[in-house]
Design a protein around this ligand. Sequence first.
Ligand SMILES: Nc1ncnc2c1ncn2[C@@H]1O[C@H](COP(=O)(O)OP(=O)(O)OP(=O)(O)O)[C@@H](O)[C@H]1O
Length: 335
Amino acid sequence: MIDFKQVHKAYRVGGRSVPALQPTDLQIDRGEVFGIVGHSGAGKSTLLRLINRLEEPSGGSIVIDGEDVTQLDPKGLRAFRRQVGMIFQHFNLLSSKTVADNVALPLKLAGELSRAEINTRVAELLVRVGLTEHANKYPAQLSGGQKQRVGIARALSTNPKVLLCDEATSALDPQTTASVLQLLAQINRELNLTIVLITHEMDVVRRVCDRVAVMDAGVIVELGAVTEVFLHPQHPTTRRFVMEDEQIDEGIQRDDYAHVEGRILRLTFTGDATYAPLLGSVARETGVDYSILAGRIDRIKDTPYGQLTLALTGGDIDAALACFTRADVHMEVLR
Ligand SMILES: Nc1ncnc2c1ncn2[C@@H]1O[C@H](COP(=O)(O)OP(=O)(O)OP(=O)(O)O)[C@@H](O)[C@H]1O
């Protein structure tokens, strides 16, 4: 669907070249929700804006649905941009236009539908985002979440194949964030729309994304299914993101570990294994005692998972480790 081949980008600043994206290969599949996470300056916006050519690449090719979009002339580019909707952190609505007129704007600019057809389409879109009653209000009369819903309806108006989300929930409170992410997930399911979102919050990735790329200094340092990347992060940048998300303080963690004896391990349960009463049976079978140093039960998109950090003492620890290895659980020995 979206295919980056050796795409790179450097900005020119005062005669100097500032690299923002190192040569990158990336494939995003049709119908997936693809997250790009990274700290400020990592190159997320640059990568996202290359997809609809709001930024011009310094080199490489970007093929979308079989078409090399780096080769488009201005007319081709205008037509292509109608197939790629975009929503923004600060919504970018026109304050002098009503909700309905904001949503209608791209359709009016495209000039392909009659006024009656545009009205019908706008009404459908407002139902989809739950804003029918607010059609005649102005943006200033709406909450942040409602403004973003207008942004989403506007982005969907031209029936795009791809929706780009630029920190779309960063200006919203946690509850509103959850409802906007739910709406994006529903749109993805119902329209099979490919969604690419950038964020600096792992929690956003956890809630809606299928796959995620982690960026650091213009490079994708880790890429994979969200469950894999979350539960078994490999790169130090990814590990830091996951620890931040789980609100783990490395110093406190070290202190906790120093206070306990024996082996320390982390068990990760996914799917149905999350609910299995494994610990008690292993303790009974092998005579080990365990203390729980940290624990969490949560969901990654629709997959439940549990993660426990344990200290094992007494009994037959090797036999306990063997039991965990045989069980439907991922085990990491931390000490
Ligand atoms: N228009 C520009 N001109 C010059 N340098 C730029 C421009 N846009 C971005 N950069 C630089 O490119 C690098 C990547 O920036 P980018 O905005 O893509 O990162 P980001 O991960 O999206 O960060 P943020 O979350 O802060 O938006 C940074 O060093 C930034 O300063």
